[in-house]
Design a protein around this ligand. Structure first.
Ligand SMILES: [Zn+2]
Length: 447
């Protein structure tokens, strides 16, 4: 009996093994298990989610225009019906197995495109992916001299480039209740642009205008194309400790991160380039030493401006939000590395903190945040207006005024005399009530 039992013991695993072998042949075949699509201003991005890394190739066909994507040794386990093809060059997507084990996907196109594709390896958010970008073939638009001249004017606006972090296939941090950082920061950024555009002498430019990803270096390039005076990146990140809370303002650190939180966040932000695609490599045609010296000089001046504007923004935010740190932090965020544009990164709060996640999702809180950020920016530029700007022409000696309260003064009287609202005075001085005292110094915002 003992012998029989032992021989069964030997046979059972073998049987199980054989059954598994039959199952795995089919169930472990590689699949395309999801397809996502984003429309950016100059291209359309398709992301195929794969169960494992796979070889692929692309080719285009004309009359009618098509793009063919061949993926080796894979099956399709996803549909294309839910993709929103509106405003994209794609009319429809078809697929068929090829030579039994490969997959062919055909994109029917309205017009020719410049395709580009690359694989992305699995990270902590996604598995292996294949990215196919369809770049629009630009129609050349020629600017007339009149267009260029009228857009300048005698006193130019101060241009604030507003960079809503993440976007597209990079959702950023995800808070409780599935709150996406990319959505929260887009809402705050839009509000910031609205405030800048409605302020005389200022103009807001959104670096990302919709839900699509932009590589980090491209973000600073966009700011430079718009001749931005300031670059503000808006975030609401997560931290491993859910009790971490408060808003922060970062400027670039020459030597890297200055605190554990800063380092963690910096790594997180920089790795976004891996999430979103290729990080471009910069090559310079200048003499290396000269370029290095110039860059260093410019970087030093830019960094000191970044710290000053960061401090104004942090002070304003301290009036309405809890702060994580009371000073401008410095970290090696790639997006802050413009040598010529003062740049700050505003962490509006921790989306990983349940209380802050609730606030960040609230549109009136988003408006208050945008208002505080913009008030800080405005204060900085009125104290140091760039030459040739409307603000330089309209500020009093380039500095804000200070009023010392005398006996008999009322806040409404002071406000009326200086042509500002009581609300502006309160906000500008971080006051919570209209009670004032003799000798108190009030900062009067310009205009
Ligand atoms: Zn972020």
């Amino acid at each position: 009996m003992r012998f029989t039992r032992h021989s069964w013991c030997a046979v059972v695993p073998w049987l199980v093994g054989m059954v598994l072998l039959f199952l795995t042949a089919d169930s472990l075949a590689k699949t395309v298990h999801g397809v996502r699509l984003w429309r950016a201003p100059d291209h359309t991005r398709l992301v195929f989610d794969l169960t494992a890394d796979a070889e692929h190739s692309l080719f285009t066909l004309e009359n009618p225009d098509r793009l063919v994507v061949d993926i080796s040794d894979i099956k399709l386990a996803a549909g294309f019906d839910d993709l929103d093809l509106e405003n994209t060059p794609i009319i429809g997507i078809r697929s068929a197995p090829r030579e039994g084990k490969h997959l062919r996907i055909v994109l029917d196109l309205k017009q020719p495109v410049r395709p580009r594709s690359f694989p992305l390896q699995a990270n902590d958010q996604y598995g292996d992916r294949l990215v196919v970008d369809l770049y629009d073939i630009e129609k050349e638009s020629e600017k007339t001299v009149a267009d260029v001249v009228t857009s300048q004017g005698p006193h130019r606006d101060i241009v604030v480039a507003i960079d809503a972090g993440h976007g597209g296939e990079d959702p950023g941090a995800i808070g409780p209740n599935g709150l996406y950082e990319k959505k929260v920061v887009m809402a705050i950024s839009r509000e910031l642009k609205r405030l800048a555009d409605s302020e005389p002498g200022f103009q807001g430019v959104l670096v990302r205008t919709g839900d699509y990803y932009i590589p980090l270096r491209k973000r600073t390039d966009i700011a430079r194309e718009h001749r931005a005076d300031l670059f503000v990146s808006v975030h609401a990140d997560a931290f491993k400790n859910p009790s971490a809370r408060g808003a922060s303002v970062f400027a670039l650190s020459p030597g890297g991160a200055t605190s554990e939180t800063a380092r963690y966040l910096a790594e997180r932000e920089n790795s976004a380039d891996l999430v979103g695609g290729v990080g471009s490599v910069r090559l310079s045609d200048k003499d290396k030493i000269l370029a290095g010296v110039l860059l260093d000089l410019s970087m030093t001046a830019t960094l000191s401006s970044s710290l000053e504007v960061g401090k104004e923004v942090l002070d304003e935010m301290g009036g309405m939000a809890r702060l994580h740190k009371r000073h401008v932090e410095q970290a090696g965020f790639l997006v802050l590395k413009s040598p010529d544009i003062p740049s700050i990164l505003v962490e509006t709060g921790f989306i990983s903190n349940p209380t802050e996640a609730r606030q960040l999702a609230d549109s009136s809180y988003q408006r208050q945040l945008a208002d505080a950020i913009f008030t800080g920016i405005k204060r900085y530029f009125y104290s140091k207006p760039p030459l040739g700007t409307w603000v330089a022409a309209n500020s009093v000696d380039g500095a804000e005024r200070v009023y010392v309260i005398a006996r008999g003064d009322t806040l409404s009287g002071i406000a009326a005399r200086h042509n500002v609202s009581v609300e502006t005075l309160l906000r500008h001085n971080s006051l919570s009530s209209t009670n004032i005292r003799v000798g108190q110094r009030l900062r009067i915002p310009p205009i």
